[in-house]
Design a protein around this ligand. Structure first.
Ligand SMILES: [Zn+2]
Ligand SMILES: [Zn+2]
Length: 382
């Protein structure tokens, strides 16, 4: 089959790779219909997360059609249209039973690498190196889906592919942001980053009854989307002092919940020694901590892999802030999100600003990385 592979720092190419096969009784094979770029791919592309090998297939947010099921798969049949959670989890271990699917003990083939980096292994993710899975990615014609009953969800008939594909990762991550922030009616919420995750976090905060939701970015095209599609307030950081402006918009106190949805990918590449071990600069996170009201909550949603430089721990301690973070436990929220999509309460298709055949994957990532031509997410069709 054809697949979009990492070829070494910043290089992508279409390669012929072997078709995936069922390896376990709970596996299924999905023929990919749509696969989306994600900010979490950028540190991988830049070679900033070790253990990715040349020839590895990228991509983790996808939707497709079931073509083969293992003997123990109960919830899916051949020809089902499914969206697959980007996170790989077994559904049976202690962590999965607590609903902490992204912390699954059995979701990764690369436990030793994760343990050395983070102290404990975490759950897996498609299209990531051994540390977080070692599972081949979705920018391909076919994907092997392990734990199919746990991680794949049948898409309601009325929900289009273009909408449902975002239930794989961006929408559950956005939902997670509002959940970790424990957003309640009346809250003022600020979100740094108007990419797909930032927009969907803002949307989730609106849905939970937040009084005001402000999204901070420097791309006016993205900020216009925030106004039009999310119903949140845009704030372009090029023109104002963000903490001052946020205080103005929150009765002089500062936002109750500050969500960082930028991650390390926004840092200039090459500046920081490249790989894990070099410090990652938390510019947006630092501002979120600074702007948050005393006693408020700061949520870290962006992608981080190693150590962070100049994190304002003094502000966290003295202001009594709560800092929370996670990767998405989508298995918990995808059914609800698909229902919301079916009721037209959650719309995501505007995030797919560019649709390209898989063959043009390298061009798609170039647009996505540079945020060129208004690109929020590029969607590939194999
Ligand atoms: Zn993603
Ligand atoms: Zn598990």
């Amino acid at each position: 089959m054809r697949a979009l592979c990492w070829e070494g720092t910043d290089e992508l190419a279409i390669r012929q790779v072997p078709d995936p096969e069922l390896r376990n009784a709970q596996d299924m094979i999905v023929r990919v219909r749509q696969s989306v770029t994600c900010g979490a791919d950028l540190p991988l592309l830049a070679g900033r997360i070790p253990y990715l090998a040349a020839g590895d297939v990228l991509g983790h947010e996808f939707l497709g059609e079931v073509v083969e099921v293992g003997p123990e798969v109960r919830r899916h049949r051949v020809a089902d249209r499914v969206v697959v959670c980007a996170a790989v989890a077994c559904g049976a271990c202690w962590f999965c039973r607590q609903g902490l699917f992204a912390c699954c003990d059995n979701g990764t083939a690369g436990a030793p690498e994760a343990e050395s980096a983070w102290g404990q292994p975490t759950g897996g993710c498609y299209g990531h190196p051994a540390r977080t899975g070692g599972f081949a990615g979705s920018h391909a014609e076919y994907v092997r889906v392990p734990y199919a009953d746990v991680g794949a969800f049948t898409v309601p008939e009325t929900v289009s592919d273009d909408r449902a594909v975002f239930a794989s990762d961006a929408a559950p991550t956005g939902w997670l942001g509002a959940e970790l922030g424990e957003v309640t009616p009346g809250d003022v919420v600020a979100v740094w980053g108007a990419g797909a995750v930032g927009q969907l976090t803002a949307g989730a905060a609106v849905a939970r009854g937040a009084h005001r939701v402000v999204v901070i970015d420097d791309h006016d095209d993205r900020l216009r989307m925030v106004e039009r599609h999310v119903g949140a307030e845009p704030l372009n950081y090029r023109y104002v002092d963000v903490p001052t402006e946020l205080r103005e918009r929150s009765g002089g106190r500062g936002p109750d919940v500050c969500v960082e949805a930028v991650g390390m990918a926004a840092d200039p590449p090459g500046l920081l020694g490249g790989r894990v071990g070099g410090a990652e600069r938390p510019l947006a996170l630092r501002e979120a901590v600074h702007a948050c009201r005393k006693g408020g909550t700061v949520v870290v949603l962006g992608t981080w892999t190693g150590f962070v430089d100049a994190f304002p721990l003094g502000a966290v301690m003295n202001k009594g802030l709560t800092v929370r973070s996670a990767r998405q436990h989508g298995q918990r929220w995808i059914p609800t999100l698909l229902d919301r999509m079916a009721r037209d309460e959650l719309r995501t298709e505007h995030l797919a600003t560019h649709r390209l055949p898989l063959e043009r994957g390298a061009d798609g990532y170039a647009l996505f990385r540079e945020r060129a031509d208004g690109c929020v997410r590029a969607v590939f069709t194999p």
